[in-house]
Write a protein that binds this ligand. Structure first.
Ligand SMILES: [Ca+2]
Ligand SMILES: [Ca+2]
Length: 271
C-alpha cells in the first residue's frame, strides 16, 4: 500500500513535471515565433524600402541625364560680317553647322553669313544670323519665293541621338513670316515642313517636324532672321555610373537572403 502511494505520487509528480516542461517549451517556441515574425516583418520592410530607394535613385539618375542644348546663332552678340559662308556652332561639345545660300536655278550658291545684333524693332527681335549684302542683312523673298536661306546641318547631333528639335526665328514684324524646309541633300532647299510662321512666333521656339538631316530657314513674307536651335539629348548611362546603385541593390538582397537563412536554421534547431 505504502509502495503504491509512493509510486502514484512519483507518477503524478513526473506527469506534472512533463506537463510543465512541455508548457515552457511551447511558451519559448511561441516567444521565438513572435520575435521571428516581428524581425521578419521589420527585415522585409527594410529590404523593400531600400529596394524602392535604389529604384528611385536609378530612375532619378537616368532622367537627370536628359539635357536640353541650345545653339545660339549669334552667341557673342556680334554685329558684322561673319567672314564665312559656313560656320560651326558648338555648345556643350555638340556641333551644328550653318550655311548661307542663294536660292537660284540649278545648284544653289553659297552666301556669306552675317551676325546681326540691333535693338528690337517694330515688335521683332533683331539679334541672329543673317546674310551679307541683303536688305537689312536678313533673309528675303522675291515674289513669294525665298531669295536665299540659311541651312542647318543636323547630321552630327542626329547621329548622337538628339530629339525634340526646335528652332527660333526673329525679326518677324507684323505681316512678315518665315518658312522651314527639310532636305537630305546639302545645299538643296528641299520640302517645306509646316506652314508660314507669322509675327506671333517672333523669337519663339517652334517644333521641327519630319526626319531631315538639313533644315533650312527662309522668309515667307518680307524678311526674317534665324535666332537659335535647340534639342534634347539623353546619353546612354555609362555602366560605371550605375555600379554604386547596382552594388547597393546586391548588398540589400544578400543581407536579406542571409537573414532568412539564419532565421530558418534557428527554427530547425529549436524543433
Ligand atoms: Ca536651286
Ligand atoms: Ca523683319
Amino acid at each position: 500500500m505504502t509502495l503504491r502511494l509512493i509510486y502514484d505520487n512519483y507518477e503524478k509528480h513526473y506527469e506534472t513535471g512533463r506537463t510543465n516542461q512541455n508548457k515552457s517549451r511551447v511558451l519559448i517556441a511561441k516567444k521565438l515565433a513572435k520575435t521571428k515574425m516581428k524581425r521578419s516583418t521589420t527585415n522585409r520592410f527594410l529590404a523593400n524600402s531600400l529596394r524602392t530607394l535604389c529604384c528611385i535613385g536609378a530612375l532619378t539618375a537616368c532622367s537627370a541625364w536628359a539635357t536640353v542644348i541650345t545653339w545660339q546663332l549669334n552667341p557673342t552678340a556680334a554685329n558684322g560680317d561673319a567672314g564665312a559662308t559656313s560656320l560651326n556652332f558648338t555648345q556643350s561639345g555638340y556641333t551644328i553647322t550653318a550655311d548661307g545660300y542663294d536660292n537660284v536655278p540649278g545648284a544653289d550658291t553659297p552666301h556669306e553669313l552675317y551676325f546681326k545684333n540691333l535693338a528690337a524693332s517694330g515688335g521683332g527681335s533683331e539679334r541672329g544670323l543673317g546674310l551679307v549684302g541683303t536688305l537689312d542683312n536678313e533673309l528675303q523673298t522675291s515674289g513669294g519665293t525665298p531669295s536665299n536661306y540659311i541651312q542647318l546641318d543636323l547630321r552630327s547631333i542626329l547621329s548622337q541621338g538628339f530629339t525634340g528639335l526646335q528652332i527660333s526665328v526673329g525679326s518677324i514684324q507684323p505681316g512678315e513670316s518665315f518658312l522651314l524646309f527639310g532636305s537630305n541633300t546639302q545645299g538643296t532647299l528641299g520640302t517645306q515642313i509646316g506652314g508660314a510662321y507669322g509675327s506671333t512666333f517672333d523669337d519663339q521656339f517652334v517644333d521641327i517636324t519630319g526626319n531631315f538631316q538639313f533644315i533650312s530657314v527662309a522668309a515667307g513674307a518680307l524678311d526674317i532672321l534665324p535666332v537659335a536651335l535647340r534639342g534634347t539629348i539623353t546619353p546612354v548611362p555609362e555602366m560605371s555610373t550605375l555600379f554604386p546603385i547596382v552594388g547597393l541593390i546586391a548588398a540589400v538582397s544578400c543581407t536579406h537572403i542571409l537573414r532568412r537563412r539564419r532565421a530558418a536554421q534557428k527554427t530547425v534547431s529549436i524543433v
